[in-house]
Ligand binder design. Structure first.
Ligand code: NAD
Length: 499
């Protein structure tokens, strides 16, 4: 059986705990590898070694660090197919989607090539007599990244690009469900010229995460995952004074106005609702048609599109629409929530409960589901299902649709489909959600903007990638200097203005 080890000090290093976790092939349901789970002592040793390596890396000039990012872009492009195959086999997503996962991470590495510009401080001369003032951005030291299963390449790369280019060392604790791609990323960083120890990949579960959170050496934690864990990590990180940004779950709505192009809206909903089996934090899981007529027409257009979806293993070719979900437990949880929806009175218009794929009966496949007449009090509306289940909540007016989304505890992404500029503008300005799409179903901002949700979708300050990431991974120091040739002021005892 394949063994997945830690990546410590530039090489694969077997764990010493004797504890491992199963890594599945979600398409067949078979265990394909065992991943080591780190102990607190292993984490502490990796952190100590990273702290030593960081000193030299932090003092390396930013353009040299940027050159490592430049080389990394080439290497990710070179190895894209090899990595995407591994990603698909451990996660289950289709091959084109796995390449997209790597590509959206690679774009943040490209952005990190601009680190020297992002790291420049500010300067003013003549702030007072003989006084100049300047600020500088310095690396934090050793930081931790704790990442989810659903984007095993993209989210680690979102953290690593800005954190490493800023001069930090990083302990990456990826998801234990699909841990091989993060190791491949570490190997490529070494080939790109990153010194050993500056990036350590430690696999593990709660024990490893708690050790990172309790460490006095770790200065910041970047987390992405489910909301209860995000909140836990945010609170525990704060107890030791760490900087923390913790991104959580989502329930992304799409409001469909009566004037929208309904074919376009239906295509968008199917792609955004069922792509990657709904296992995306930016998946659309709630459709909100405005007006009964819009709702009826939308459902009419959605049903045949959903019934035509091709569900299968990534090896079946590029015309598969989505693959299995990540584990048997995830599948059971989704089907349990579907039953709850039925029991609470929602109308199951497309029923995927009996779905089974010949030859892959033990795989974690879930058929597509569409609910109509869902109401805000139902569990399927309030909970993040994280599966191929789309709920329709009918709204009588634009204001009702807007209020619905604004009252939801999650605030990651949201979309509106309309032809009316006034409504779209009003919506974008008023809605309390972090990322907005106008006739765009999954509004993931590009690398040079920032990514982050509001409300229970994000705890802490500053967003991922874009200029915020460099602010998160550096701290500012401000220097006031005085070279008072010929100026004699004597001692000052009051707190006076510099004029
Ligand atoms: P998860 O919360 O189960 O796991 C995320 C990370 O936390 C993993 O590394 C895991 O090992 C660790 N972890 C799990 N339980 C822990 C515990 N009790 N104590 C300490 N650490 C623990 O999330 P997941 O299932 O891997 O990912 C799916 C979730 O991530 C969804 O809720 C999805 O919406 C969310 N997500 C959010 C974003 C975003 O940007 N907001 C992006 C991607 C995924």
């Amino acid at each position: 059986m394949r063994a997945i080890h830690h990546w410590i000090d530039g090489k694969l290093t077997p764990g010493t705990s004797g504890r491992t976790a199963d890594v599945y092939n979600p398409a067949t349901g078979e265990v394909q590898a065992k991943v080591d789970l780190a102990t607190r002592a292993e984490i502490d040793a990796a952190i100590a070694s990273a702290a030593e390596a960081q000193v030299k890396w932090g003092a390396t000039n930013p353009q040299r660090r940027a050159r490592v990012m430049m080389k990394m872009v080439d290497l990710l492009n070179r190895d894209m197919d090899r990595m995407a195959e591994m990603l698909s086999s451990e996660h289950g997503k289709t091959f084109p989607d796995a390449k997209g996962d790597i590509q959206r991470g690679l774009e943040v590495i490209e952005f990190a090539i601009g680190a020297p510009h992002q790291l420049k401080g500010e300067f003013i001369d003549g702030a007072g007599p003989g006084i100049d003032m300047y600020s500088m951005r310095q690396p934090l030291g050793v930081v931790a990244a704790i990442t989810p299963f659903n984007f095993p390449a993209m989210i680690p790369l979102w953290k690593l690009g800005p954190a490493l280019a800023s001069g930090n060392a990083v302990i990456l604790k990826p998801s234990e469900r699909d841990p091989t791609v993060p190791n491949m990323i570490a190997e490529l960083f070494k080939e790109a010229g990153l010194p050993d120890g500056v990036l350590q990949v430690i696999h593990g579960d709660k024990e490893a995460v708690d050790a990172l959170l309790d460490s006095d050496v770790i200065q910041a934690v970047g987390f992405v995952g489910s909301t209860p864990i995000a909140q836990y990590i945010y609170e525990r990180a704060a107890q030791t004074g760490k900087r923390a940004q913790c991104f959580g779950g989502a329930k992304n709505h799409m409001i469909i106005m009566p004037d929208a192009d309904l074919d376009q809206a239906a295509d968008a909903l199917v792609g955004a609702g069922y792509g990657a089996a709904g296992e995306r934090c930016m998946a659309v899981s709630v459709a909100v048609p405005v007006g009964e007529e819009t709702a009826d027409r939308l459902i009419e257009k959605l049903v045949p599109r959903i019934e035509k979806l091709k569900v299968g293993p990534w090896t079946a070719g590029n015309d598969v629409d989505y693959g299995p979900v990540v584990t048997k437990a995830a599948k059971e949880n989704i089907l349990r929530l579907v039953e709850t929806g039925v029991a609470q009175g929602a109308e199951l218009v497309v029923d995927g409960r009996d779905f089974s794929l010949q030859g892959y009966e033990d795989g974690f496949f879930v058929g597509p589901h569409l609910f109509d007449r869902v109401t805000p009090d139902m569990d399927i509306y309030r909970t993040e299902i994280f599966g191929p289940v789309l709920s329709t909540v009918r709204a009588a007016s634009y204001e009702e649709a807007l209020k619905l989304a604004m009252d939801h505890e999650y605030g990651n992404g949201i979309a509106m489909f309309t032809r009316d500029g006034d409504t779209a503008r009003d919506f974008a300005s008023r809605v309390n959600v972090g990322m907005i799409g106008i006739n765009v179903p999954i509004p993931v901002p590009l690398a040079y903007f920032t990514f982050g949700g509001w409300k229970k979708s994000g705890f802490g300050d500053l967003n991922q990638h874009g200029p915020d990431a460099f602010r998160f991974y550096t701290r500012t120091k401000t220097v006031t200097s005085r070279w008072p040739s010929g100026i004699k002021e004597g001692a000052a005892f009051n707190f006076k203005a510099m004029d």
